[in-house]
Each structure stands twice: as structure tokens, then as C-alpha cells.
Design a protein around this ligand. Structure first.
Ligand code: 5AD
Ligand code: SF4
Length: 467
């Protein structure tokens, strides 16, 4: 009889990919993915440690799961609780002490060993114990990618593919180098094989993932090293792969090959998430970002020269230790100059074990809040302006799922805008599938004329189906 696993994912897109891969690892063990923890035999929380709030959420969820586990035990049934991801990596032993309901703790680099961990957890609990104590958070010498099974059950036209993991940059605010470990790039052949399998199963758009994705330097079959730009050209050869995206990039690694890929490769989407974090040189220095604002502007100029319609996005941290009003003004000035199509912004959150957390010049919470609100208001203004400029334009939209209303489908523009597409006027949409009459458009790239724009999404009408 099949068993059920419920995987709850926190944080970044790499965790989304990892959760999918954990399901692939568990499938041969007889586990099917469940949409709820209620009837699950195994619950995995795939956690995020990037900011304090993200980590706190995990502990409250464990509290809820403990009750579910006890209720199941009262019915004579077993439930296993596993904590994966970056909180597990950073605080594994402490978590086990703090939350005795946890059976297993595993890191982002050890989830290929889930079957062994489950086996020892089952052995430990066979004597009627309420919880097991299995911990596996080492950084193995060989990579998990050599042990993962082929991915299965891909649904939907857009997929993630991890090509690079870890970070050697050590920004002073960031836990990633400690939780994900040193930088590692997968070989080109493995990535191309995985991408081909995804395309065969109906995927049209692939987002290449890495904490430092543009630091990618994977081995080629001939023993050379490929940059991300070269990898994109290689992937562009795959028939049926319509769109290539990548995230997250570091300004230092934005090389000419990658900029030229944006210029030359049609499938390389005109959208780039290039976090700058701050517009002040002294803060960038204190953050150990290894670039200045001038360096950043220069990259943006080169990118826009190569690809004039490139939409840009960034991450910002406000209230980093020592940030003065002038430093913050420099960030606002940078935003005014670049004009982002979207951006993510956060209040600085001290993370245990990182250099910035012990800096003496911490910024008061109310100052952080005020700066965050001002920054977000400015970014929202630009975002709305960017969206409004889309009105009247025709764009290729990848339709990903049904919209809120009948006759409406939801997709993404090349610039990653969410677009509600009205397909109700199309005669040949009256397909046999009565429950889902527009299913023939699902997962397809279509040409759409944009008619309306809001701060977070666009609306448009179908002009033609592309293929
Ligand atoms: N505090 C606030 N934001 C942070 N980020 C990373 N670490 C911290 C921290 N300690 C933000 C950065 C990064 C994004 C993923 O999260 O902006 O780019
Ligand atoms: Fe963290 Fe900096 Fe590495 Fe990005 S580049 S993962 S912010 S240490």
C-alpha cells in the first residue's frame, strides 16, 4: 500500500526544486505526495533560514504537527516528522532538543539519503518510541546530484532546474555560505539531459537556479569549463524549449558571455534579477559585496546596450548596521536611476553566526520600518509605470493555469509579469473537455495584446496561438 508524504516548502525557489526532488527520492519507497498533512505518514518541512521570521514560522508549524502526531498515535498510527532545508542545516541539534516531536533532521545536501534515514527512524521507533533521533546534516564529499533518481511527474509548462548551489562570497549578512556550503556547479551534460527530460514531459520554460547562478562554471564533455552564457547557448539547442530564465545573480559575475547571451539568444528572457542590496558604497563595503554602485551602474548600462528592453529586478536590505539617512538616500537614488520592473526588499535581520549580526551599529526597528515603507512606495511607483507602459503592446505569454473567471487563463509575460488572458472570444476553444474548455491553450505560448495594467498584473486579449 502506498504511503503519503506531505512536503511544506518555505523560502526560495531552490527549496521548491529540492522539495520536488525529495518527492522523487521517496517515490521508489512507495510514497505518493499528499496535499495535506492530515493523512500523511511522513511530513517534511523544507525550511528557510534567510531571515528570522522565516525560521520562526517553522517552530510554530512543528507545534501544530506535534498535536497531529499525538492524535495519530492515539489511533495506533505512525507519523514521521522530518525537518529539511536551511534551518535544519544551521540549527539541527538545537531543533532536536527544542522539539522532541521531530524524528529526522536533514540538510540541503543530504536529502538523497532520505531512504536510509527513514529506515533508521523506523527501527528506532519500532519499540513504541514516540520519536526517532536521526540527524544527517554533513556536507558530503560527493554531490547529491550523482545520487538523485530521474525526476518524475512534471506537471505544468514552467519548471525549475538547479545548476549551481552554494556560495563562496560571504556577504556579511547572509547565512547561505553556512547552510548551503561551498559553490558547486553541475556538469553541462547532466543539466542538458535533465532539461531535455523536462521538455519531453511538456515543459516550455526552464528557470535555472543557483544561489550564485551566474558564477556557474560547469565541466563540459571535453573537459573544459562552461560559463552560464555558454550553458544558455547549449540549452537553446533543445527543440521545444521556448524560454530560459535564471536566478539569482551576483553583479560581480555578470560577464560578457552572459550579456551577449541576452543579446543573441531569443529564448533567454529579457528579465534579470540582479540584487544590489544597497546603493551606498560604504554599506556595500560593510556588506562585503565586492562591488560599488558605479560598478553596478556600469553593468546595467552594458546590459541595456545589449538588450534595450531588459526588465530589471533587485533585492534590497534596509537598516543594515551603520546605515545612515544619507546611505539610505543613496539607495533611493540608485532605484530612481535604474527604475526596476519589480524588487524585493527586507529589513535587515541579524542572523546568528554572521559577521554583521555582531556589528555594534545596529539600526533601530522603527527606522528600518520607515525606510522599508519609503523604499517600497518608490519601487511600487516604478512597477506600476513599467506595467502601464505595456498597454497596447503585443507580447508572447506562456499560459500556466486557469484564471479566476471563466474564459480567462493566467500566464507570464517575457518580463515575468502575471497576465490574465481572455480567451473566451476564440471559436475553436470550444473543446470536448467540458470542465476545462480552454485546456488546449494551457501550457502554450500565445500572442496577447495587453489592454489593462495594475500594480501586480496585466490583462490582455488573445491575438493568436503560437504553437
Ligand atoms: N536580513 C535581511 N535580508 C536578508 N537577505 C539575506 N540575508 C538577509 C538578512 N540577514 C535578503 C537579501 C537576499 C535575499 C534573498 O534575502 O536581499 O538577496
Ligand atoms: Fe548570500 Fe551574498 Fe552569497 Fe548571495 S552572494 S548567497 S547574499 S553570501
Amino acid at each position: 500500500m502506498s504511503k503519503k508524504v506531505f512536503i511544506k516548502t518555505y523560502g526560495c525557489q531552490m527549496n521548491v526544486y529540492d522539495s520536488k526532488r525529495m518527492a522523487d527520492v521517496l517515490k521508489p519507497q512507495g510514497y505518493v505526495v499528499s496535499e495535506s498533512s492530515d493523512d500523511a505518514d511522513l511530513v517534511i518541512l523544507n525550511t528557510c533560514h534567510i531571515r528570522e521570521k522565516a525560521a520562526e514560522k517553522v517552530y510554530s508549524e512543528i507545534g501544530r504537527l506535534k498535536l497531529a502526531k499525538q492524535a495519530k498515535a492515539a489511533e495506533g498510527k505512525d507519523m514521521y516528522i522530518a525537518i529539511a532545508g536551511c534551518v535544519a542545516q544551521a540549527e539541527g541539534p538545537e531543533m532536536m532538543r527544542r522539539a522532541p516531536a521531530i524524528d529526522m533532521v536533514l540538510g540541503p545536501q543530504t536529502y538523497h539519503r532520505l531512504p536510509e534515514m527513514l529506515k533508521s527512524a523506523e527501527e528506532q521507533r519500532s519499540g513504541g518510541r514516540m520519536s526517532a533521533r536521526v540527524l544527517d546534516t554533513e556536507f558530503p564529499v560527493d554531490t547529491k546530484f550523482d545520487h538523485l533518481p530521474e525526476e518524475s511527474d512534471y506537471t505544468g509548462p514552467a519548471a525549475f532546474l538547479t545548476i549551481q548551489e552554494g556560495c563562496d562570497k560571504f556577504c556579511t549578512f547572509c547565512v547561505v555560505p553556512y547552510t548551503r556550503g561551498a559553490e558547486y556547479s553541475r556538469p553541462v551534460a547532466d543539466i542538458v539531459a535533465e532539461a531535455k527530460r523536462l521538455v519531453t514531459s511538456g515543459v516550455v520554460e526552464i528557470t535555472l537556479l543557483g544561489q550564485n547562478v551566474n558564477a556557474y562554471h560547469g565541466d563540459t564533455a571535453s573537459g573544459e569549463t562552461a560559463s552560464l552564457g555558454a550553458l544558455i547557448r547549449e540549452l537553446d539547442e533543445i527543440d521545444g524549449l521556448g524560454r530560459i530564465r535564471y536566478t539569482t545573480s551576483h553583479p560581480r559575475d555578470m560577464d560578457d558571455e552572459l550579456i551577449e547571451a541576452h543579446r543573441d539568444v531569443k529564448a533567454c528572457m529579457p528579465y534579470l534579477h540582479l540584487p544590489v542590496q544597497s546603493g551606498s558604497n560604504s554599506i556595500l563595503d560593510a556588506m562585503n559585496r565586492k562591488h560599488t554602485r558605479e560598478h553596478y551602474f556600469d553593468i546595467i548600462d552594458r546590459l541595456r546596450a545589449a538588450k534595450p528592453d531588459l526588465a530589471l529586478s533587485s533585492d534590497f536590505i534596509v537598516g543594515f548596521p551603520g546605515e545612515t539617512d544619507q546611505d539610505f538616500e543613496d539607495t533611493m537614488d540608485l532605484i530612481r536611476r535604474v527604475k526596476y520592473a519589480s524588487a524585493y526588499s527586507f529589513k535587515y535581520s541579524p542572523r546568528p553566526g554572521t559577521p554583521a549580526s555582531i556589528m555594534e551599529t545596529q539600526v533601530p526597528e522603527d527606522v528600518k520600518s520607515k525606510r522599508l515603507a519609503a523604499l517600497q512606495a518608490l519601487v511600487n511607483e516604478h512597477q506600476l509605470e513599467f506595467n502601464t507602459n505595456s498597454i497596447g503592446k503585443e507580447m508572447d505569454i506562456l499560459l500556466e493555469r486557469p484564471g479566476k473567471y471563466a474564459g480567462q487563463l493566467l500566464g507570464r509575460s517575457p518580463y515575468l509579469q502575471a497576465v490574465h488572458v481572455d480567451v473566451s472570444n476564440v471559436q475553436n476553444a470550444l473543446a470536448e473537455d467540458a470542465d476545462n474548455p480552454y485546456s488546449e491553450f494551457m501550457g502554450k505560448l500565445v500572442r496577447v495584446r495587453i489592454s489593462e495594467a495594475g500594480p501586480n498584473s496585466l490583462k490582455g486579449e488573445l491575438v493568436s496561438a503560437l504553437h
